[in-house]
Design a protein around this ligand. Sequence first.
Ligand SMILES: Nc1ncnc2c1ncn2[C@@H]1O[C@H](COP(=O)(O)OP(=O)(O)OP(=O)(O)O)[C@@H](O)[C@H]1O
Ligand SMILES: [Mg+2]
Length: 263
Amino acid sequence: MTTPVIDLQNVSVAYQDKIVLQDITLSVSPGAFLGILGPNGSGKTTLLRTMLGLTDPFDGTVRVFGKEPKKLKRLREKIGYVPQQSHIDLTFPIQVKDVVLLGRAYKMGLGKRPHNQDREAVEEALELVHMTDFADEQFGRLSGGQRQRVLIARALALQPDLLMLDEPTAALDVGAAESFYEWLHNTHKNLGLTLVLVTHDVGVVSRYVTAIACLNKRLVAHGLPENVLTEEGLQAMYGCDAVFFHHGKVPHLVVSTRDPEKT
Ligand SMILES: Nc1ncnc2c1ncn2[C@@H]1O[C@H](COP(=O)(O)OP(=O)(O)OP(=O)(O)O)[C@@H](O)[C@H]1O
Ligand SMILES: [Mg+2]
């Protein structure tokens, strides 16, 4: 049996006394494309952080590429992470190509000068997100959607085996989000990556993912999109106040009004 890229067994996470993830058992096979859905505050970002070893569970085990993520610094070389919020100061005069080069920091070693292979990886990553023409621009002067592409290039510059994206289309308009998912789908196919994507975009993502995990503190559902993305399944996750707009067979948009605290 192949080792799963990510394997969580009975993982529970709390911030101070508040449990935000409870008893999560989930594994992701090599080459899979996992979509994670769930209302605001349901623990999606915390789940990614736990997979990355940035947040420690108080119970359960986490394995990434068969190892404890915290213990292996070099493991980071295999993982690209695009966080929900970037902390790059937009007034800081940094060029796009240097933002992307930051993604190579683990491979290069901090403070080391970039080699040709680092420069090449930056160029390739910018090409992948169609931002080559902006390489010399100042990052803070780009639009929100363009900045998002650059941050994805920063994660790709690592040439990762596993790419985790936390709501990457939040800053994109509907058309741009659609083409972003097309692009992501092709990149997944071409690079043979394992992908983990947090999104609220139920309809779009259901076309591309190989598995879906529905989160609401607990893992409410997990499986193939067609088995998970039923109206009943989504209501179990988002609550009865959710509103669905149908687009083909799959509910297209979900508006959540449930506070997971009250469940
Ligand atoms: N650093 C922190 N300290 C304390 N509580 C936190 C911290 N980060 C998150 N939380 C709490 O943990 C819960 C889950 O947060 P998380 O950010 O994982 O949710 P999410 O599903 O990513 O939400 P969103 O859709 O809004 O991004 C929330 O109730 C949040 O308030
Ligand atoms: Mg989040």
